[in-house]
Design a protein around this ligand. Structure first.
Ligand code: WQD
Length: 327
């Protein structure tokens, strides 16, 4: 078994790389290093620093390493940036995936795990979403992830009667946080926990985007998931594809804990972990934020036996260690 990880030098990709290797699976990395770091790729792992848009180069890599499956992380993921520059998101996320699926078709690669997002659900009426909830993305970022799911399915349908049918898993990540080790931390400062750390490092008050939501403490609720749990979900999803008869597996799964935490609860956890009893600042709501979004993670537990093992304290403490190591 050999799996190709696009975006394997990224924050999530490098965690999945370690889990796969630990389980005895061979890995190959493709990364354009736009946000990835060579230092995250262990010695001895074949790595190609090319964009997924290079269809022929990717096909060649798939053939050369007899790749049995691809996990596709390589994509842009900043919601705000996607609103400002939507065509960039379509080019990178939709264009990149089209090229990759084409290369996989041509090389006959039979398995795929796709990094989707809870952003495909938009602002649901019921905060706890199952995989059957409607896909109503609210940002171009979320749209490219919904489109990506359709593209993977369409490729599988078109290949169903071929010599090499496609099995796939679509993983809808909730709010990913934490690190397995200090060197694998998230280096981007785009999400709540790193933004809080940065504010503290700069002696600023962390911002809370609105405290007048219809939630118990008035702040938004999210389902934070430890990156190590997320990585293990990829391993079981990849195994499910490989274990099925060719083309015999295709499913979408929520990857969350099923437990929501409010912004104020996250800040309290940061206070406990850092020992810093800081003040925060309430600012106006951020446009487009749903009041609450929590995974119903039943499906992946029932079908693949995966469930999250780490709590918010693990996420905040490991993220803080990684932050301190980086800065
Ligand atoms: C979390 C909460 C903010 C910063 C996005 C994507 C989603 C997924 C995860 C993967 C919200 C509040 C934030 C701050 C705050 N990604 N907040 N002060 O928007 O829930 O989810 O990343 O694909 O698809 O949409 O994550 O970390 O930006 O915000 O109060 O300085 O923290 O309002 O409630 P979000 P986030």
């Amino acid at each position: 078994m050999t799996w190709l990880l696009t975006g394997g030098a990224g924050y999530i990709g490098s965690h999945v790389l370690e889990e796969l290797q630990a389980g005895g699976t061979d890995v190959v990395v493709v990364d354009d290093l736009s946000t990835g770091l060579e230092s995250r790729v262990p010695d001895g792992v074949p790595a190609y620093y090319v964009p997924v848009q290079k269809t022929e180069a990717i096909e060649e890599i798939l053939r050369e390493h007899k790749v049995t499956g691809v996990i596709h992380f390589a994509a842009k993921k900043a919601v705000g940036e996607s609103v400002e520059n939507p065509m960039y998101y379509y080019e990178e996320n939709v264009g990149g995936l089209a090229s990759l699926l084409r290369a996989m078709e041509q090389a006959g690669t039979r398995n795929m795990v796709f990094s989707s997002s809870a952003a495909v659900y938009g602002q649901p009426d019921n905060p706890e979403v199952s995989e059957d909830s409607p896909l109503v993305p609210e940002s171009p970022y979320g749209e490219t992830k919904a489109a990506g799911e359709w593209m993977v399915r369409a490729s599988a349908v078109s290949r169903a009667q071929s010599e090499n049918p496609l099995s796939y898993s679509l993983l809808r990540y909730f709010n990913v946080a934490g690190a397995k080790s200090p060197t694998l931390g998230d280096t981007s400062v785009a999400n709540l926990i790193p933004l809080v750390f940065r504010a503290l490092s700069e002696g600023q008050k962390p911002k809370v985007f609105g405290d007048d939501y219809s939630t118990p403490d008035g702040t938004c609720i999210r389902d934070y998931i430890h990156v190590v749990d997320l990585a293990q979900a990829h391993v079981v999803a990849a195994q499910a594809c490989e274990a099925a008869s060719p083309g015999g597996f295709g499913a979408a799964y929520n990857i969350g804990t099923g437990t929501g935490s409010s912004v104020l609860e996250v800040l309290d956890e940061v206070r406990a972990v850092t020992g810093n009893d800081f003040e925060h600042e309430i600012t106006p709501r951020r446009p487009g934020d749903p009041a609450a979004l929590v995974a119903d993670p039943t499906k992946i537990k029932t079908e693949l036996g995966w469930s999250a093992q780490h709590d918010l304290a693990d996420m905040v403490s490991s993220a803080w260690e990684a932050w301190q190591a980086q800065h």
